[in-house]
Write a protein that binds this ligand. Structure first.
Ligand SMILES: [Zn+2]
Length: 251
C-alpha cells in the first residue's frame, strides 16, 4: 500500500538520477533522513527543482511504499530559501559544514527533533542575524558534541565529578575529555591551551549568551574555540575529521 506523507525538512544534498530526475537527501522533521527521487525535475520549467537544492528548508509531499528502497517526491515548496546565506561565501561554508554534520549524525527513518531544531536555528540565525559566523558554528558544535554522546562540557568535571566552576575560568580544555577542572590536569599531552579571553568566549557560548557575538573583534577568539572543538570531535568521532567541509574550515 502506498501512503501519501507531508513533512518538512532541510535539503542536505542532491545528485543527478537518470536523465531527467534528481536523487535528493532530506533531513525531515518527522522521519529523519530520507532519500527521495524527484522525477522529471531537471527540466527548466520545474519549480520543484529550485526548491530541492541544498540548504533550503522545504515542505514536501512524498509517496511512501515500504517495499521500495527509494521513495518518490510528489511536490515541494519553499519554507525558507536562506538567500542571504547563499550570497555570502563565508556563511555558505559554515552552512555546508553543518549539512555534512547533520548527514553524519542523522539516520534514515529515525526522527531527531533536537538535531532538527538546532539545525533550523543555526540556519535561521546565520541568515537573519549579524552574529559572527564562526561563533554560531562553535555553538552548533557544542550541541553536536552532546548528541554524539561525548559532551564537550557538562556541569561536572568528567574525571573527579566535582562541580565545574565555569564562571571563574577554573577549568582547562582537553582534546580527549573536553572541559575538566584544573586540578585534574595530569596529562598535558591532551591540553588545548586557552587564555582567559578565549575561555570567556567558550563560557558565553556554553551558557547561550549569543548576543555578545555581534562584536566582530571577537572573531579571532571564536576561531580558536572552533579549532579546539573540531580537535575534540575528531578525537571521538573518526568520520568527523574526514568531512571535506570541515577540512575546508580548518585551512
Ligand atoms: Zn576534576
Amino acid at each position: 500500500m502506498t501512503k501519501i506523507i507531508k513533512d518538512r525538512g532541510i535539503v542536505l544534498k542532491k545528485k543527478r538520477f537518470r536523465e531527467t530526475s534528481k536523487l535528493v537527501t532530506i533531513f525531515s522533521e518527522n522521519s529523519g533522513k530520507l532519500n527521495l527521487i524527484a522525477k522529471g525535475v531537471r527540466s527548466l520549467k520545474s519549480k520543484a527543482s529550485a526548491v530541492l537544492e541544498p540548504v533550503n528548508l522545504t515542505e514536501f509531499v512524498y509517496y511512501y511504499k515500504h517495499t521500495r528502497d527509494l521513495q518518490y517526491i510528489s511536490s515541494a515548496e519553499f519554507v525558507n530559501d536562506y538567500s542571504r546565506i547563499k550570497s555570502d561565501y563565508d556563511k555558505l561554508k559554515y552552512a555546508f559544514a553543518v549539512l555534512d554534520i547533520v548527514n553524519l549524525f542523522s539516520k534514515e527513518g529515525e526522527p531527531n527533533q533536537v538535531l532538527f531544531d538546532m539545525t533550523k536555528d543555526f540556519l535561521d540565525a546565520l541568515n537573519d542575524k549579524n552574529l559572527i559566523e564562526s561563533a554560531l558554528f562553535d555553538y552548533f558544535l557544542i550541541k553536536t558534541s552532546k548528541i554524539s554522546g561525548y559532551p564537550v562540557v557538562s556541569f561536572n568535571c568528567p574525571i573527579c565529578n566535582n562541580e565545574l566552576n565555569l564562571i571563574s575560568y577554573e577549568f582547562v580544555f582537553t582534546k580527549d575529555s573536553g572541559v575538566i577542572c584544573h586540578k585534574c590536569l595530569w596529562n598535558k599531552n591532551n591540553l588545548i591551551d586557552l587564555n582567559e579571553a578565549e575561555k570567556k568566549v567558550f563560557v558565553d557560548l556554553t551558557l547561550d549568551n549569543l548576543d555578545t557575538f555581534i562584536d566582530r573583534n571577537l572573531q579571532i577568539l571564536t576561531k580558536k574555540i572552533l579549532y579546539s572543538l573540531i580537535e575534540f570531535l575528531k578525537y571521538h568521532v573518526e568520520e568527523f575529521g574526514r568531512l571535506k567541509s570541515i577540512q575546508m574550515i580548518e585551512t
